[in-house]
Write a protein that binds this ligand. Structure first.
Ligand code: ADP
Length: 238
C-alpha cells in the first residue's frame, strides 16, 4: 500500500488540516494598470491587473445601464512542470467565466453605464488553487483601482484528502485518490457565497464541513487583503 500523505493531522508541508498555505498579498504592483495585486498561496503565484472603467470595444457589447466585466485568466507556460502551450484553452475560458460571476455581484456596475472593466489574471506558478488565488488577487486589484464594491471577495478551496477535511489543498493533495476539492469565493464580510464548484462525490455532511472551513479561511484572507490595501495607501501618502 502506498504511504499516507496525512499523518496524525499533519500534512506533507507541515500544515494542520485547517491551515492555509503562507499567504502573501501586495497591492499596486503594476504601474501601467489602474489597479493591481500580487498574491502567493504557498507556491501558487498570481498577478492581477485591472483597467477601467473605460470605453467598451467592440461597441455592441456595451450595456446601457451598467458596466461589463471582461475577465481573462491565463497560465503562463512556465507556471507548470511540463511547459504549458501558450495561450487560452477551454479551461482558461471556463475559469474566466466563473471568476467573472464570482466578482460581478459585489461591484456597483450600475455606477458605470456603457463602460468596461478589464480584469487580467496571470498565473505565474501553479500548485493547485490558481482560481481562488486569482479571485483573491482580482478583488484587491479592483479595490486598488478604486472600483466601488460592497466589500472584498476572498477565495480559498477546501476538500477531502484521505478522509480528512482540509483547507487550501496543494496539487500533491489534490492528486490523492479519494481527494475532492471545492473552490469557494465569498463576500467575507457577510458570508455570502459567490462561487462554489465541485467534481467528484461527497456526503452532505462532508460538504457542510468543507464549506464551513472555507468560511474561516476567507475571513482570515480578507484581513490580509485589507492590510495589503492599507499598506499601499500608506506608502502613497507617506
Ligand atoms: P485550480 O488551479 O483552480 O485548482 P484545477 O483544479 O483545474 O484549477 O487545476 C489544479 C492544478 O492542476 C493547477 O493549479 C495546476 O497545478 C495543475 N494544472 C492545471 N492545468 C494544467 C496544465 N495544463 N498543465 C499542467 N498542470 C496543470
Amino acid at each position: 500500500m502506498s504511504e499516507k500523505l496525512i499523518n496524525k493531522g499533519i500534512r506533507p508541508d507541515g500544515r494542520k488540516l485547517d491551515e492555509i498555505r503562507p499567504l502573501k498579498i501586495k497591492a499596486g504592483v503594476v504601474d501601467r494598470a489602474d489597479g493591481s495585486a500580487y498574491v502567493e498561496f504557498g507556491t501558487t503565484k498570481v498577478i492581477s491587473a485591472v483597467y477601467g472603467p473605460k470605453k467598451v470595444h467592440p461597441r455592441h457589447m456595451e450595456k446601457s445601464k451598467k458596466a461589463i466585466l471582461k475577465v481573462r485568466y491565463n497560465m503562463i507556460p512556465f507556471s507548470v512542470y511540463d511547459r504549458k502551450r501558450p495561450g487560452y484553452d477551454k479551461r482558461s475560458v471556463e475559469i474566466a467565466k466563473v471568476v467573472s460571476e464570482a466578482l460581478e455581484n459585489v461591484i456597483f456596475l450600475e455606477e458605470f453605464p456603457k463602460s468596461a472593466i478589464d480584469i487580467d489574471m496571470e498565473i505565474i506558478q501553479a500548485d493547485a488553487g490558481t482560481r481562488v488565488a486569482a479571485i483573491t488577487a482580482a478583488s484587491v486589484a479592483l479595490a486598488d483601482a478604486g472600483i466601488p464594491m460592497r466589500g472584498l471577495i476572498s477565495s480559498v478551496a477546501a476538500g477531502r484528502v484521505e478522509g480528512n477535511i482540509v483547507l487550501d489543498l496543494t496539487k500533491e493533495e489534490e492528486d490523492a485518490s479519494d481527494a475532492i476539492d471545492l473552490p469557494v469565493a465569498m463576500l467575507a464580510r457577510t458570508g455570502e457565497i459567490t462561487l462554489l464548484q465541485m467534481d467528484g462525490d461527497a456526503s452532505v455532511d462532508e460538504i457542510e464541513k468543507i464549506v464551513r472551513m472555507t468560511e474561516k479561511g476567507c475571513k482570515d484572507i480578507e484581513k490580509i487583503q485589507g492590510k495589503a490595501l492599507i499598506e499601499k495607501y500608506n506608502a502613497n501618502t507617506a
